[in-house]
Design a protein around this ligand. Structure first.
Ligand code: S3P
Length: 169
């Protein structure tokens, strides 16, 4: 695809899987924001939160996103908190298309309840908490998105084909 694609959505909404599938199917470059931040800082995300706090991590996200402005034909798998900052949303909308992967809280829980690398969910890994945080974030996701794609019960191929249909010239 010619355009850059920014995948946004809650933790566990499938951004990484969809990003990899878009990369393989449509020969795009891939940037996984969390991985890139870990590489730059030489630390895991949870260690960055523990050592320097969430505000510092949010600065790293904005820096990275801004640095990506030069890319083309790239799919960016964004951290779940990226669209909470208006500045980040402006950068994404200026540089490509924003795709919101929408997922039910129950599905998120099913997918990630055994994982432990997300500091915001440590000690909060239950459907009620996920659902509350998702509700808070939903207006930001919707405001940032060019399109919203449901992911519950659908294959990665199906989702990627829907994304391509929307943006391919
Ligand atoms: C976060 C989502 C995580 C990671 C960090 C914070 C969030 O990324 O950036 O733990 O605020 O939603 P994923 O959405 O890739 O899990």
């Amino acid at each position: 695809m010619k355009t850059n694609i920014f995948l946004i959505g809650f933790m566990g909404s499938g951004k990484s899987t969809i990003a990899r599938t878009l990369k393989d199917k449509y020969h795009m470059r891939l940037v996984e924001m969390d991985e890139e931040i870990e590489k730059r800082e030489k630390k895991k995300i949870s260690q960055i939160f523990a050592d320097s706090g969430e505000a510092y991590f949010r600065e790293l996200e904005t820096e990275l996103l801004t640095a990506l402005s030069q890319q083309e034909n790239t799919v960016v798998s964004c951290g779940g908190g990226v669209p909470m900052r208006e500045q980040n949303t402006a950068v994404m909308r200026r540089n490509g298309k924003v795709v919101y992967l929408s997922t039910r809280p129950e599905t998120v829980f099913e997918r990630i309840h055994e994982q432990h690398h997300r500091p915001l969910l440590e000690g909060n890994m239950n459907v009620a908490y996920i659902s509350g945080l998702m509700k808070e974030r939903m207006p930001y996701y919707l405001a940032a998105a060019d399109i919203t794609v449901g992911t519950d019960g659908r294959s990665a191929d199906e989702i990627c084909e829907e994304i391509k249909r929307n943006f391919d010239e």
